[in-house]
Ligand binder design. Structure first.
Ligand code: G3P
Ligand code: MG
Length: 242
């Protein structure tokens, strides 16, 4: 399946998170309105096994709830407000389920589903996420995770899945590392400090995309594009253009 990797130039990081509350349907709709090629979102599992879209392992920063995401059931989490912390006009925004996000984002927009598994390890997360994507019928999906064992589990469940090797630091030969780990990867998701010309060009020769996170300065983004990266994750897709 690994043909030419897709050139999604601008990924809305957690949706259009500079102007709407991150990882909410409002953030995804705004990103679509702006016209991004892709949306990145973070997924965790509720106590009763529902994939939900939220970045932190705890609820305090972006909702009016408390404690660990994985300690609550979906019917408990769905009552929380996930918008008012950002601005009162977003009061009433909820934590979306992954299924709701897949419905809200139009089919032509790519989605990068980042599986969050640390410090909590969510048993069955990979399977629930793949089931959810299969039920949606969506094709334009890239899965990523800092937890490469999660990618390995996901690959076993869906050998056709596009996997993004997400890491933070400098890896000499990420493709070699991935091969040794038994991962058939599609893209490299790299902190932008480490996404220079050398990496971008070597990755292109290997048929891999390089997506750099998180780039909110348009000049930095332009420099990265000149260096050959395929795309950037940005909180502010209104300013950072591809
Ligand atoms: O997937 C890129 C980026 O989202 C990884 O870091 O902490 O923003 O999820 P984080
Ligand atoms: Mg993320």
């Amino acid at each position: 399946m690994n043909s030419e990797p897709v050139e999604v130039r601008v990924w809305a990081h957690r949706g259009a998170s500079a102007e709407t509350p991150e990882n909410t349907l409002a953030a995804f709709r705004r990103a679509v309105e702006i016209g991004v090629g892709g949306i990145e979102l973070d997924v965790q599992l509720t106590r009763d096994g529902v994939p939900v879209v939220l970045h932190d392992p705890t609820l305090e920063r972006t909702t009016d709830g408390r404690g660990w995401v994985g300690d609550w059931t979906w019917s408990e989490l769905r009552r929380l407000d996930a918008g008012a912390w950002f601005h009162p006009r977003f009061a009433g925004e909820r934590i979306p389920t992954l299924a709701e996000a897949l419905v809200a984002i139009p089919e032509e927009v790519w989605i990068n589903i980042e599986l969050k598994t640390t410090p909590e390890v969510y048993r069955g997360l990979e399977e629930q996420v793949v089931n959810c994507v299969r039920a949606s019928g969506r094709r334009r999906i890239i899965y990523s995770s800092f937890d490469h064992s999660a990618l390995e589990r996901l690959q076993r469940i869906d050998p056709e899945a596009r996997l993004g090797l997400l890491y933070d630091g400098f890896l000499l030969s990420p493709w070699k590392y991935a091969r040794q780990a038994g991962l058939r990867i599609y893209s490299l998701h790299v902190r932008h400090w480490f996404a220079g010309r050398g990496l971008a060009q070597a990755a292109r020769r290997k048929g891999l995309a390089v997506f750099a996170y998180t780039v909110n300065d348009p000049r930095r983004a332009a420099h990265l594009f000149r260096s050959g990266v395929h795309g950037v994750f940005t909180d502010n897709p209104r300013r950072v253009r591809g």
